[in-house]
Design a protein around this ligand. Structure first.
Ligand code: 8OZ
Length: 366
């Protein structure tokens, strides 16, 4: 019987178990450079089958929050190399999550104080976090400007450069493209945020075009077996909505299947919230069937509010990997605790975003 503790080969990586550390924004990277405690934090969690980093900006334009890391400047790549070396020395495996926030940003976080970019000039009804005069505060996101189609190849190139440098300079074992939670690629996918009338808006194939171009270009550079994708079919996070998510994701499943991706990572329901959304129904099993029937072979990773019992239930129904978020913040040795049914440390919400060692590297192991 396959359990959370069964090994799994994912592309070139041998995972000793099915327990994945979900990507978790921690806002401890001043000037977008991973901070001095990041290596300790990730290495403490190296017994995970796989570590996924916090969302990491592919360019300065891709930044949308204070103190989140990037992967586009030499000092950022060098700081990430310290992290990947520490994780590998501790026996772990780590992939980096590639992020462009699109409209979920603020002029004060953008190069030259310019407007954030988006598929369409529609403001997201959501907040972002900025630091002014040393004081952090939540602010409304700024009105974005619509990207010109001539700018899109440059964004694809930013993704490819980040993926290439992630593998060849920063020492990561792979990349996960963040196309979830209402950020740029999700903004293009979903009809509520994409009102374009060119080849990147309107029909499902048009709205999926940018994501598929990004995935094709990255897999061509670093290989499909080092490339993964995160999706959130129905999350309302960051004010995204789609008129017919089942049709959109069925098309995506068919187009992604031949790319040879390492894994597909799905957030079920509302990110960090309810797993069932009565007003946003979605058939996850049908999405997976569409993918496998089109020949897709990627490992199937699920996330959102999992505990051991629910993980085992989803694995019995065919999931290959389960990503745990808040539990991994609070339990560096989560794998051992789940294996032995030990008590779990409770996460402290007050230290999720920003700060230093408290609530970051000081949660005790058993
Ligand atoms: C929490 C705070 C800021 C960003 C996501 C990258 O939701 C995030 C994020 C989460 O995917």
């Amino acid at each position: 019987m396959t359990t959370l503790f069964s090994p799994l080969q994912v592309g070139p990586l041998h995972l000793p178990n099915r327990i994945v550390m979900a990507p978790l924004t921690r806002n401890r990277s001043p000037k977008a450079v991973p901070g001095p405690l990041a290596a300790t934090y990730y290495a403490q969690r190296a017994s995970a089958g796989l570590l996924i980093t916090e969302a990491t900006a592919i360019s300065a334009q891709a930044q949308g929050y204070a103190d989140v890391p990037g992967l586009y400047a030499p000092e950022q790549l060098a700081a990430w190399k310290v992290v990947t070396d520490a994780v590998h020395a501790a026996g772990g495996r780590i992939v980096v999550q590639l992020w462009h926030v699109g409209r979920v940003s603020h002029t004060s976080l953008q190069p030259g104080g310019q407007a954030p970019v988006a598929p369409s000039a529609l403001v997201a009804k959501t907040k972002t976090f900025v630091v002014e005069d040393g004081v952090g505060k939540f602010v409304d996101t700024s009105m974005p400007r619509a990207l010109d189609a001539t700018e899109l190849p440059g964004i694809v190139a930013d993704y490819v450069r980040a993926a290439h440098n992630a593998i060849h300079v920063a020492g990561f074992d792979g990349v996960e493209v963040h196309s979830a939670n209402g950020y740029l690629l999700d903004q293009f996918l979903k009809s509520g945020s994409n009102q374009r009338t060119d080849a990147y808006g309107g029909s499902v194939p048009n709205r999926a075009r940018l994501l598929l171009e990004v995935m094709a270009a990255i897999t061509q550079d670093i290989g499909g077996d080092r490339t993964a994708l995160r999706l959130s079919p129905v999350t309302p996070a960051n004010d995204v909505t789609d008129a017919d998510p089942q049709a959109l994701f069925t098309y995506l499943a068919q187009q992604l299947a031949p790319m040879g991706l390492s894994y597909i990572h799905i957030i079920e329901g509302s990110t960090g919230g309810p797993r069932e959304l009565p007003d946003r129904p979605f058939d996850y099993a049908a999405f997976k069937t569409a993918y496998t029937q089109a020949g897709g072979r990627a490992a199937w990773m699920l996330n959102n509010g999992y505990d051991k019992a629910l993980a085992e239930q989803s694995m019995a129904a065919g999931a290959d990997l389960i990503a745990f978020g808040k539990l991994f913040i609070a339990n560096p040795d989560l794998v051992e605790r789940l294996r032995t049914d030990a008590a779990l440390n409770a996460p402290d919400r007050k230290t999720f975003y920003g700060g230093g060692a408290a609530g970051y590297t000081d949660y005790p192991a058993l």
